[in-house]
Design a protein around this ligand. Structure first.
Ligand SMILES: *Cc1c(COP(=O)(O)O)cnc(C)c1O
Length: 822
């Protein structure tokens, strides 16, 4: 369109007064949705209103992108398989500062914003913590005016919806795109060809230099969809670009000509399967070819797009590390390292050394777990079939690395075996973490303890070989979504007390400390919590038809169901408390509701059994009138960002009880403490730093430390000894094992009790006693309302460090070397 007269091209900057918004809503209802008020459904109004917000996002988006080009800014690219964004409507209008205007405009039309908000689907393109971290990071990057882009996959089916039937988890498909998604802009012109299979051709150029080219195989098209990400009241709108798989246009023309029309169409749907569904495994891997295809698919499209943008203003690849930083969120996108080498060498004809130098200066890698089952490895032969050129490049990266390592440790074959990218032990597998470490200039863990363990045990040898490469950057959460949006009552109370600056700069929230002793403030703080509890109780009554007494202590454990997170330990405590109520009905018990929430990976038998046990225990207690007014267990189904936003503001106690050394950081722990819940936690992940910041008196720490566990394992851990010597524990386990909670099938939970008594890898039994003790200490404090409120206020006041703004500032300074653009 070279004839377009830019001077003649003018568009409206849309107003943000209630009047303007009211007019825009009406216009969109007619011109976009094609309805009038006589025929419009709630959903139509929601879509019309979302388009009003979308318009205001896109004008700021364009201005922001033009500004980045004008400044020739260094950009950071966050590559992540998962982005667990949740709903966008309220987030957008609060961040763009048009919430009040919108409420007023809708009110004039006779529509309640609250009603529209509940019609929006969660964008659930993630499993849990890792995906939610990526979403918090996008919010912080935009809020700090950093030129940043998210890159991922536009899964057609997001994280499954969880239903509970007869106590068991049932998975339902999450077809979130079935209604139009107003938050995305399809970019059909931004598309790339992605190759799989084929073979590597070698050739010589006129100077006699050898080159390689990857040819033939199957081609799939990656097509871009852009989601605008607004910063907090700064008019910056960044971009999240997600790739969708489309069949290559000339698909199987040969077949087509032979008249095999249907076969050709089947081939089309097969290639479009790549972006069909998110794998629902958290903290474990599956060796599915399709999963590797997903990884390469989005990485290849993203790198091509990044280089295309770079070449619009630059022509020398040696400048790439000054203009581009790429962060790998876990090893899922680690294939980007050989892919970058391939592009630099095979497409741009750089030699190995300069290509490798550029690659390592561009990439950095975040490790998210020490669990062996979560460290990705791929069989060499899958690579050989799908990505033959990448396999060659990985072998060459490894050969050169082992050569250097060998010089440093002559004769030490063992260290070569340990650090090699290829694991020769289990039928030749590619260790993606080793590839990511070798190909990055910085590797980071996500909490002080986790990074320490990376340096001193898991990647000890790498740390000696690359001193200073492995650093710590403790995770954080965005205070916008997790306090300002989800807890409006507390937000208003805080802003009334110390002004609204904390929303932009969470370190300001420490000013609340001086109010912790103020009894009037304590009462207001407590009243907000009470209102949030009542709101949650109402939701539970409405959606689950279950009565929760909002005068009870709300004791919350919400997160993925995993043995290492130890929902079982919490449930054992619940059963022990139940027994106490039976034995001693007249003692001064703290009435409590223990809320559980979380999804189990569909193939994770033990996790699903734990969900069933929680529901069986909940049933027995509900139906026991001797206790049901003082103890309630409830499993809240389908834990996602929206339910998290409803539950967390109402929580008083937060259960963060993973086996020490197993939770890399946790971010749920941060959300709950920021909202004034007191933590019962082990010395694990970021709990350690929360303990340091919040103060030992204001957090309930218990249980074995990582050192204790190492010692215990060395001595030989015998869970049966604890069982034999602790009658409280024995009674709990016996009840489960003998079918007290499953009389219709007494052996239902033998898998659980046998595994605990014979092995108990996660030390549930060893930590039970100290857990029960610390729970009792928490109850003693809860009986003193003023003291509890004082500590709750101090929790909120001392969480400033855990803002993802602080986290992103550290990434920007220590790894990316990017600066804000205003
Ligand atoms: C924060 C969050 C998580 C992570 O919780 P952890 O307690 O850190 O495991 C998982 N799922 C959702 C929906 C979240 O919002």
């Amino acid at each position: 369109m070279s004839k377009v007269k830019h001077s003649a091209f003018k568009y409206d900057f849309l107003g943000s007064d209630p009047k303007d918004i009211q007019r825009s809503v009406s216009n969109h209802l007619v011109y976009t949705i094609g309805k009038d008020p006589y025929t419009a459904t709630d959903h139509d109004w929601m879509m019309a209103f979302s388009h009003v917000i979308r318009d205001r996002l896109i004008e700021r988006w364009m201005e922001t992108q033009r500004n980045f080009y004008r400044h020739d800014a260094k950009r950071v690219y966050y590559l992540s398989m998962e982005f667990l964004i949740g709903r966008s409507l309220i987030n957008s209008l609060l961040n763009m500062d048009i919430h009040n205007a919108c409420t007023e405009a809708l009110h004039k039309l006779g529509i309640e914003l609250e009603r529209l908000r509940n019609l929006e689907h969660d964008a659930a393109l993630g499993n849990g913590g890792l995906g939610r971290l990526a979403a918090c990071f996008l919010d912080s990057i935009a809020s700090l005016n950093i030129p940043g882009y998210g890159y991922g996959i536009r899964f057609e089916y997001g994280m499954f919806r969880q239903k509970i039937e007869n106590g068991c988890q049932v998975e339902l498909p999450e077809n979130w795109l079935i209604h139009d998604n107003p938050w995305e802009f399809p970019r059909p012109e931004v598309s790339y060809r992605i190759r799989f299979g084929g073979r590597v051709m070698e050739y010589q150029d006129t100077t006699g230099r050898r080159h390689f080219d990857w040819i033939e195989g199957d081609v799939v098209i990656a097509q871009a969809y852009d989601t605008p990400i607004p910063g907090y009241k700064n008019d910056t709108v960044n971009n999240l670009r997600l790739w969708s798989a489309k069949a290559y246009e000339d698909f199987d023309l040969n077949r087509f000509n032979e008249g095999e029309y249907t076969e050709a169409v089947v081939g089309k749907t097969l290639s479009e399967n790549i972006s069909k569904v998110l794998y629902p495994n958290d903290s474990s891997t599956m060796n599915k070819r399709l999963r590797l295809k997903q990884q390469y698919f989005f990485v290849c499209a993203s790198l091509k797009d990044i280089l295309r943008r770079f070449f619009t203003d630059h022509d020398s690849l040696s400048d790439l590390p000054d203009k581009v930083a790429i962060q790998l969120n876990d090893t899922h996108p680690a294939i980007a390292i050989p892919e970058m080498m391939r592009l630099l060498m095979d497409k741009h004809h750089l030699e190995w050394q300069p290509a490798w130098e550029i690659t390592t200066r561009v990439f950095s890698y975040t490790n998210h777990t020490l669990l062996p089952e979560a460290l990705e490895t791929w069989p060499v032969d899958i690579f050989e079939q799908l990505l033959p050129r990448h396999l060659q490049l990985i072998m060459e990266i490894n050969r050169r690395f082992l050569l250097m390592l060998g010089h440093l440790h002559p004769g030490d074959m063992d260290i070569l075996r340990r650090l090699s990218i290829i694991d020769e032990g289990n039928g030749r597998r590619i260790r993606m973490a080793h590839l990511a470490i070798i190909g990055s200039h910085k590797v980071n863990g996500v909490s002080a303890l986790h990074s320490e363990l990376l340096r001193n045990s898991t990647f000890k040898d790498f740390n000696s070989f690359y001193p200073g490469k492995i650093i710590n950057i403790t995770n954080g959460i965005t205070p916008r979504r997790w306090l300002y949006q989800s807890n409006r009552g507390l937000s208003t109370l805080i802003s009334d007390a110390i002004g609204p600056e904390w929303i932009r700069d969470l370190s300001q929230i420490k000013q609340l400390e001086s109010l912790a002793e103020d009894s009037a403030f304590q009462e207001r703080f407590c009243a907000v919590k009470q209102a949030n509890k009542q709101r949650l109780a109402k939701l539970i009554l409405y959606y689950l038809d279950s009565k929760v007494d909002s005068n009870m202590l709300f004791d919350v454990q919400v997160k993925r169901i995993h043995e290492y997170k130890r929902q079982l330990l919490n449930l054992f405590r619940a059963i022990a408390l139940y027994n106490r109520l039976l034995d001693n009905p007249n003692a001064n018990h703290v009435p409590r509701t223990i809320l559980f929430g979380g999804k189990a990976a569909p193939g994770y038998t033990m996790a699903k059994l734990i969900i069933r046990l929680i529901n069986d225990v909940a049933d027995v207690i509900d139906n026991d009138p001797a206790v049901s007014d003082r103890l309630k267990i409830l499993f809240i189904p389908n834990y996602d960002v929206t339910t998290a936003s409803d539950i967390i503001p109402a929580a008083e106690l937060s259960q963060q009880i993973s086996t020490a050394g197993m939770e890399a950081s946790g971010t749920g722990n941060m959300k709950l403490a920021l909202n004034g819940a007191l933590t019962m936690g082990t010395m694990d992940g970021a709990n350690v730093e929360m303990h340091e910041n919040i103060g030992a008196d204001n957090i309930f720490i218990f249980g074995l430390t990582t050192e204790d566990i190492t010692r215990l394992n060395r001595q030989g851990y015998q869970p049966r000894r604890y069982y034999d010597s602790d009658p409280v524990l024995k009674r709990v386990i016996d009840m489960i094992a003998n079918g007290f909670f499953s009389p219709e099938e007494p052996t239902r939970y033998r898998l659980i009790t046998d595994s605990l008594l014979n092995n108990d890898h996660f030390k549930v039994i060893a930590d039970f006693k100290s857990y029960l003790e610390v729970s009792d200490r928490a109850d003693q404090v809860y009986l003193n309302t003023a003291e509890w409120n004082r500590r709750a206020i101090l929790n909120t006041a001392r969480m400033g460090y855990f803002s993802s703004d602080r986290t992103i500032q550290e990434y920007a300074e220590k790894i990316w070397h990017v600066k804000p653009i205003r």
